[in-house]
Design a binder for this molecule. Structure first.
Ligand code: WTA
Length: 647
């Protein structure tokens, strides 16, 4: 059996140099005066946060010496640090903590650490009660799940790995995104804003218009024989037709597999061969900045390649993206290729819903594996729906009036969970941007933010760093005053990029949700809740409800307190992937055998003395041949090439 390390264990030497090098984690802690203040110190923190709107308070208050003591074993006491209060002053290198302001917390869904801890405790002590409460009050189920809210085995020593949530429950994700919200009065609310690569071209769809478009495509797909459980491969750029396609598939119970429209024809063919779709959906071309990318040519090559490997696709539905390329100039294969605009609009604007089991597949998303063959991460319906909607709501402190922009492409998991499903399940207004973030100049993002009055802006550190290099003036020439919450995903955000994002982009007013998660996890796992926790630049902070992250050493022993090691997760959560398509054995070997009893994330992580989590990247980059026991991990976990691309 596993023992829980009581005293901090030595940091794994192979990880430490990387940590030190990248984020100076240990320096961060050691240069601080490690005072553990008593109640008086804690109340100072409280006063600082309560008084932040009082402009008479002096520098000492604004940069309050602080401590806090969350009453939970999940976290330790927050040590003596220099703090700045949200909205009060820029975060400087001296400020290791940014406290939520009183105004922000007061309006937040989770307004305090205490509230978070209460909810977190409930979610861990009674996951069935916690999640079934949310599932039944916030979603539509044609039929409620059976006696068990969930059943799981995460321990390879006890047999096959199995995760099920809400099994026997009958629902439909598209219905919950569209029909349910329309019934609740959102018919005329903007569902999608679309901004073209070319400034000045845009479009909108309300929730009822979106439903009509989705139904037309759903009806078309049914007419060409797509049925429940059939795969549909989607190779589309960020046009409205991309979320429309995802929703149409989910409406009819088909399993979409979106392939990032930047991947090569070989990668596309490999995915087609693996999941054998009835239909491929694409568009003729897309403009990315000044460059035209001929997507249909890539699909043509992939379809020849896959046919040579024995998998022929009968229908290639092609959207004519007129701003990029006219149909006359598009290469065409009669019989197989069909223009979207010629057929889809002819179908009825309403369609029946295919009611599916909570454990029926929703989508497949391939991620690169190091053995050449990509891994088909499979997500199912009910748990994924509940989890993405709930994480979206809390991590961004979502309000009905928000205009939400996530710069991720729907070809990645972020675009599945936090462009399409999570936001739409909440009835949010979502902005899609087709183009390149620095086109025609590096101010484009802020131009878009001002144009649509974006309130939540979610992006990746690579983009933050690149815009940072381009200079502040591209940012400051725009107002950005609509922004309320910022988000980061894909890799650790280094503290200096964090501060630039916070100070320059967000004008020191907007908390940053640094969300750590993976294709496999479906949704956020470790993330700040912006009204609840003091933030430390570069830390993803604390686990989301229901998530039990553990840090283990190379022997799989759980480490306690301040430590560094391999990040695993104990117990399942509703959004977890259920298998790798067609290869359950690889699922078990890659994720559950390295540390029996846990889901192994493949990431390194360090926990500081205050319980904050600091992600340090993929351990396959770090694992050294001298660690014999873990050698095989190099073969079984993914390549560094999987680094996240925002657009
Ligand atoms: C990394 C993207 C640090 C991590 C959602 C993870 C992060 C991999 C963060 C998953 C973050 C993602 N801080 N690292 N906030 N978010 N990562 O599957 O290494 O494309 O395992 O999912 O990205 O990448 P994936």
């Amino acid at each position: 059996m596993k023992s829980i390390g009581i005293s901090p264990r030595p940091i794994i030497p192979l990880i430490l140099p990387q940590l030190e090098h990248r984020y100076k984690i240990s320096r961060l802690n050691h240069r601080l005066p490690l005072l553990h203040l008593d109640g008086a110190g804690r109340s100072l923190l409280l006063m600082a946060s309560l008084n932040n709107h009082n402009h008479n308070h002096n520098h000492h208050f604004r940069h309050a010496d602080s401590t806090a003591s969350p009453p939970s074993s999940a976290v330790a006491k927050i040590s003596h640090l220099k703090a700045v209060v949200l909205g009060d002053a820029p975060a400087s290198e001296e400020d290791d903590v940014v406290l939520p302001s009183h105004d922000f917390s007061r309006q937040a869904l989770v307004p305090s650490q205490q509230k978070y801890l209460e909810m977190y405790k409930a979610s861990i002590e009674n996951p069935a009660g916690f999640w079934s409460g949310i599932a039944s009050s916030e979603f539509y189920w044609k039929q409620r799940w059976g006696d068990q809210v969930y059943s799981e085995n995460l321990d390879v020593r006890r047999g096959n790995i199995k995760i099920e949530w809400f099994k026997g429950g009958i629902t439909n994700v598209c219905y919950n995104c569209l029909d349910r919200n329309i019934d609740a009065g959102l018919a005329d609310k903007i569902a999608l804003y679309w901004e073209s690569n070319e400034p000045g071209f845009d479009a909108t769809l309300t929730y009822s218009q979106l439903l009509q478009r989705v139904c037309q495509l759903a009806n078309y797909l049914k007419s060409v024989g797509v049925r429940k459980g059939d795969a549909v491969v989607v190779y589309l750029p960020m046009l409205m037709e991309l979320p429309i396609t995802m929703l149409a598939c989910s409406r009819i119970g088909a399993v979409h597999s979106v392939v990032f429209a930047g991947f090569s024809s070989e990668s596309l063919a490999q995915r087609i061969v693996d999941c054998k779709p009835k239909v491929v959906i694409t568009c003729n071309a897309v403009k990315r900045g000044p460059k035209t990318v001929f997507l249909k040519d890539i699909v043509d090559a992939a379809l020849i390649d896959s046919a040579n490997k024995g998998i022929s696709v009968d229908v290639c539905l092609t959207y004519e993206n007129q701003l990029a390329l006219k149909r006359e100039k598009t290469k065409w294969k009669e019989g197989r290729d069909i223009w979207w605009e010629d057929v889809v609009p002819k179908y009825p604007t309403s369609s029946d819903v295919e009611w599916v089991d909570a454990e029926d597949p929703l989508f497949l998303l391939y991620t690169s594996g190091s053995t050449g063959k990509p891994k088909g991460v499979l997500h199912t319906t009910g748990g994924y729906m509940v989890y993405t909607a709930t994480t979206f709501k809390y991590a961004f402190d979502y309000k009905d009036s928000d205009v939400y922009w996530c710069t991720a492409d729907c070809g990645w998991i972020t675009g599945h969970s936090y462009v399409t499903y999570g936001p739409m399940l909440n009835g949010a207004t979502v902005l899609l941007y087709e183009g390149a973030p620095s086109y025609p100049d590096p101010g484009r993002c802020w131009d878009i933010v001002d144009k649509y009055k974006v309130t939540i802006f979610y992006t990746a550190p690579t983009l933050v760093r690149s815009l940072m290099r381009d200079g502040d003036e591209y940012v400051t020439r725009y107002s950005r005053k609509s922004l309320r919450v910022l988000g980061s995903v894909g890799e650790p955000i280094n503290p200096s990029a964090w501060r630039w994002f916070f100070n320059v982009v967000g004008g020191s007013r907007c908390p940053i949700s640094d969300t750590w998660w993976q294709t496999e996890t479906g949704g956020f796992m470790i993330t700040p809740l912006p009204g609840a926790w003091p933030q430390k630049p570069g830390s993803a902070t604390f686990p989301f409800f229901g998530i039990q992250p553990v840090i283990v050493d190379e022997k799989g022993v759980e480490l306690g307190g301040e430590c560094s090691g391999y990040l695993c997760v104990k117990s399942s959560w509703p959004g977890a992937f259920r298998t790798l398509y067609g290869d359950h054995e690889r699922y078990e070997t890659t994720y559950f055998k390295p540390f029996p009893g846990y889901y192994f994330t493949g990431d390194g992580c360090s926990r500081d003395k205050d319980g904050y989590h600091w992600l340090t990247g993929r351990v396959d980059d770090v694992i050294n041949v001298s660690v014999q026991k873990l050698l095989w991990l190099v073969l079984s976990t993914r390549l560094k090439g999987r680094a996240y691309m925002p657009l």
